[in-house]
Design a protein around this ligand. Structure first.
Ligand code: ADP
Length: 562
């Protein structure tokens, strides 16, 4: 009986279950060939259906006859013997089976025909990301259809590309079909972009919509970085020749000088909504209300309900006419924390709307936060983790490993990183190439690469110490935005890199410790990178080393642009 439509469970969490693209073009499969969950039963489902139907009919016939005889012999109907009892039970059991069987089939057919309609007529503007696997893969409506049919429907615009995962219930197959549809629509293939070897279920509803493959990036390991008495091997995902080698050299210089030390000055993610009032006076009233310590305490309770890791620390207010910007800062445990803080801010806005009903919420983010944009507010007040990292590099190490001198390094640092950046009007860019190291570690460890903008804010300082023999170097980075849970951190490769650093997932003993340690490692790596590149510049080695490690980069002027 094929009316009871069931499909195999979605294979979204297992790349191994990925089916290869079914031969194209292929004849449509008959419904009789459709694989069903019921196929796994010891008895085929049509046999059980037949069995219960026969049982029902036989029991009813038997009971009718018995009751007819009883009526004739004037025996009360309620005096039942064992055979009648068994027949009654059989009737009830088979009735339950048949009602539930056909009832579910009817309901399913109504639901799936409705879903087909919705999918086919969804306008393109409704480009919503696929919902969470648990909800959207419950009733895959296209699972039994041939790949060729589905591809044709996508190409014709009848089935939205974004709905493939939920409609098919197999993330790998959805990616494969989408890829083929894109090839036909664009007339261009994606031959160099791998499809196999990736768990598409792991990104569903959280990391990337409408996948067709994945980009390969090499990961190199620099180190060990000796930081705060511990050794760290640094995973760096990059395609820039020299970068890992250079960072490695910096790590070596630090290690041979006894290691670096770091301190986390501040740990708070921010979100700044903007609200508008009729007058600036009224906007100022809310500002004063928020600055009242008792009100702040009450609002903290409301805010902290967003997560057991969220702890409101501060609300910085700024007025622009009648618009009020409120920069909420909160700890977020081991999460980078944007979602967490946004939820807390929403809770507070809902709450203060009671006291300020004339408040018009313009946007949950008013850019005073400030996320993924260069801004003085992050440079001055910090965002995420504010870290300082320092080391004293010995004279002999500078000569032997870095091939330069203390005085040359101090001079280049002052003239390039401080004066040069000053005349460039730099905002947080008083360094040689912090963003190189930040980006490479961010990508390897599943951080949000767009937050490289503010996470790379850095000022590098160098001084001669110990009678001018040794070099004191420090880097100050006020807004390193990292997490070890959430986002891309849980993906297999990124998670492996976090594991290498010993900061994978949530820190059970002290929530937030993993994310803070990761921030210090990023800072320590930047220190190593600064040391090495500045030494190369001081020694006039930059072009030479790029020619050696990055032969494909013929444009040496580009190489010298760091
Ligand atoms: P983000 O805000 O960085 O996008 P989310 O807030 O979405 O991250 O994800 C963090 C999730 O991880 C939350 O659901 C939180 O409850 C959970 N979590 C578990 N352990 C921790 C931890 N130690 N620190 C922070 N969050 C944690």
């Amino acid at each position: 009986m094929e009316t009871r439509r069931r499909f195999p469970p979605p294979s979204c969490t297992s790349p191994s279950s990925a089916a290869t693209l079914r031969s194209l073009p292929a004849a449509p499969r008959s419904s009789g060939n459709r694989i069903q969950a019921s196929d796994a039963l010891p008895i085929p489902i049509r046999h059980t259906n037949l069995l219960f139907s026969l049982l029902f009919v036989c029991s009813i016939v038997f009971l009718m006859r018995r009751w007819r005889d009883k009526v004739r012999e004037s025996i009360p109907l309620h005096a039942v013997d064992l055979s009648e009892l068994v027949s009654i039970i059989s009737v009830v059991a088979s009735l339950i089976y048949l009602i539930s069987f056909f009832g579910i089939a009817i309901v399913q057919s109504i639901v799936s025909s409705h879903e087909d309609e919705v999918d086919d007529f969804l306008p393109d503007s409704k480009m919503t990301p696929s919902p969470a696997p648990s909800s959207d893969l419950a009733a895959p409506v296209l699972a039994g259809r041939e790949d060729e049919d589905i591809i044709a429907a996508v190409v014709a615009g009848k089935t939205p590309s974004y709905a493939l995962e939920s409609a098919i219930g197999d993330c790998h197959r959805a990616a494969e079909i989408r890829r083929e549809a894109i090839r036909r629509i664009s007339g261009r293939g994606l031959d160099g972009l791998p499809l196999e070897g990736f768990d598409y279920g792991s990104i569903l509803g959280q990391c990337c919509e409408m996948p067709v493959g994945y980009v390969q990036l090499p990961v190199g390991i620099a180190g060990p970085l000796i930081l705060d008495g511990r050794e760290h091997y640094l995973p760096m995902a990059t395609t820039e020749g020299c970068l890992v080698a250079s960072t490695n050299r910096g790590c070596k210089a630090i290690a041979e000088s006894g290691g670096a030390a770091s301190v986390v000055l501040r740990d708070a993610m921010t979100r700044a909504p903007v609200v508008r009032f009729l007058t600036a006076a009224r906007a100022a009233e809310l500002k004063f209300f928020l600055e009242e310590p008792t009100n702040f305490d009450n609002l903290s309770v409301i805010f902290n309900r967003s997560s057991r890791f969220a702890r409101l620390q501060d609300i910085q207010c700024a007025l622009v006419g009648r618009n009020l910007y409120m920069r909420f800062s909160s700890t977020t445990g081991d999460a980078m924390g944007m979602n967490m803080v946004s939820k807390g801010v929403q809770n507070v806005l809902d709450y203060i709307q009671n006291d300020f009903p004339d408040m018009d919420v313009i946007s949950l983010s008013g850019n005073f936060c400030s996320d993924k944009k260069p801004s003085a507010v992050n440079w001055i007040l910090g965002r995420g983790k504010s870290v300082v990292c320092e080391a004293v590099i010995k004279e002999e190490v500078i000569k032997k490993v870095l091939k330069t001198s203390v005085s040359a390094l101090v001079e280049v640092n002052t003239i390039k990183n401080l004066a040069g950046s000053a005349i460039a009007g730099a905002l947080g860019g008083f360094n040689a190439h912090a963003s190189n190291i930040v980006s490479a570690i961010f990508i390897a460890t599943g951080q949000d690469p767009a937050q490289n903008v503010e996470s790379s804010h850095c000022i590098t300082m160098m001084e001669a110490v110990n009678d001018g023999k040794d070099l004191y170097i420090s880097i100050t980075m006020p807004s390193i935005e990292v997490g070890t849970v959430g986002g891309g951190t849980q993906l297999a490769s990124q998670s492996a890199c976090l594991d290498l650093l010993g900061v994978k997932g949530a820190c059970m003993e002290s929530p937030g410790a993993n994310a803070r340690l990761l921030a210090t490692i990023v800072a320590g790596s930047v220190l190593a990178g600064e040391l090495s590149l500045m030494s190369a510049l001081a020694a006039g080695q930059l072009v030479k080393s790029h020619m050696k490690y990055n032969r494909s980069c013929k444009d040496t002027s580009k190489a010298a642009s760091n």
